[in-house]
Design a protein. Structure first.
Length: 416
């Protein structure tokens, strides 16, 4: 039996400047909204150009998300074994190539394939970003740092739909995907030039099948992991509902232009950023579980109010936009807490824990995308009712599982 690596506190890891950590988190985690959000204003246009049905158009999102989830199961252990920096350099290079391929895709089928490749490559950036926080900080401090990084992500998410709307109106959907390529290349250069290695307790057993399987089982059975990963998946299920359906609702049902839709979707990022700022204050006053308990009420108000307006037949921009803001505000509280809470008990397996949490999240989003591909019609009801469902699930998880099991404690994992 091989003993586990010697215990190492995050405080003993060589320091990385705080501004580099925050910027790295914003850029790495911000790749997800860049890759998913920037072309959303062009989705109806893309469907028309390829003469593609709704199911095929939604697959350009769903395939990306599914590949994103599955690939995390590979990247996580590899990053625990070989370190965050080499994994990031390799995956970002692949993401750049896949983005070029998506931009030049001649058919909807080829585009779906390149979008899946984008998702697989993008997975490493998110896994390594979350694991990097655990490398450097203990859970409570990590949640505070994560909220700063996610505030930066909010700025990126705000700019994405705005830029995407302008590009869609100017040069079509290909120009939006070309902009994605440029952003990915910039992040690659930043990692190469400025981001040091943070994993100084690499586990040589991390990629061996036996130890990896035992570690994964231990993570999946840990009640703290279950609570936080369920919260992250539920709140992202609601967010993905907005991402996958809002362009059709705002543009085709409510009559907004692509540029105006970019403004509408981007305004949700302002609410999200406000949530991350409030999260930091609530973390200081109420801790991880207390912040989530309060944020769940806002999430529930957003989802249920949109459903109520839809059921009453109110099809107006404000009746979708205001509930969207409320849900986004709550999402800005749940994500920093949930992402750090899920990996908190696993200082020696942060990559595996991050990957498993990300897989659960992505699988949830994939199912949402498939559902919306069938359910979307010429009303706001499918979007509103689906968002209401996930707001209820988020609130229930936040008020039950997180309150009972959400305080992270280091887990003893057998590695051989």
């Amino acid at each position: 039996m091989t003993p586990p690596p010697a215990a190492t506190d995050a405080a003993s890891v060589p320091a990385v400047p705080a501004h580099i950590v925050a910027l790295a988190l914003a850029l790495l985690l911000g790749l997800q909204p860049v890759v998913t959000d920037l072309y959303l204003p062009a989705l109806p246009q893309l469907a028309r150009d390829f003469d593609a049905p709704m199911t095929a158009t939604q697959l350009t999102m769903s395939a990306l998300i599914l590949a994103f989830g599955v690939a995390q199961l590979v990247w996580g252990p590899v990053a625990d074994r070989w370190g965050r920096r080499p994994v990031l350099l390799a995956s970002l290079s692949l993401l750049t190539l896949a983005s070029v391929g998506a931009t030049l895709a001649p058919t909807i089928g080829v585009l779906v394939a390149w979008r899946a490749a984008q998702g697989a490559a993008m997975a490493a950036a998110v896994v390594c970003g979350r694991a990097m926080v655990r490398d450097l900080y203990e859970p409570h401090h990590g949640a505070h740092v994560m909220s700063k990084g996610l505030s930066g992500l909010g700025l990126i998410a705000l700019a994405g739909p705005l830029l995407g709307g302008v590009l869609a109106a100017w040069g079509g959907w290909r120009s939006a995907l070309a902009a994605v390529t440029l952003v990915v290349a910039v992040v690659l250069v930043f990692v190469w030039r400025r981001l040091p290695e943070t994993n100084h307790r690499r586990n040589p057993q991390a990629t061996r099948i036996g130890p990896l399987a035992r570690t994964a089982v231990a993570v999946l059975r840990h009640r703290t992991f279950i609570a936080w990963s369920a919260l992250v998946a539920a709140t992202y299920g609601g967010l993905f509902t907005v991402l996958a359906s809002s362009s059709f609702v705002y543009i085709d049902v409510l009559g907004l232009s692509p540029a105006a839709y970019g403004v509408a979707l981007g305004s949700g990022s302002i609410a999200y950023m406000a949530g991350t700022f409030v999260c930091r204050r609530w973390l200081q006053r109420h801790g991880l579980t207390g912040a989530v308990r309060r944020g769940a009420a806002v999430t529930l108000a957003g989802g249920l109010s949109m459903a109520a307006f839809a059921a009453a037949g109110v099809e107006a921009v404000w009746a979708v936009l205001v509930p969207q803001w409320l849900f986004a505000f709550g999402h800005g509280i749940h994500q920093p807490c949930g992402q750090t809470g899920a990996v908190g008990p696993f200082p020696h397996a942060a990559g595996v824990a991050s990957a498993l949490a990300g897989f659960v999240l992505a699988l949830t989003a994939f199912v949402v995308g498939l559902w919306l591909g069938v359910a979307l019609d010429d009303t706001v009801r499918p979007m509103a009712y689906t968002l209401a469902f996930w707001s209820v699930v988020t609130a229930v998880v936040g008020w039950t599982l997180v309150q009972r099991h959400g305080v992270p404690a280091a887990a003893a994992l057998r590695t051989a």
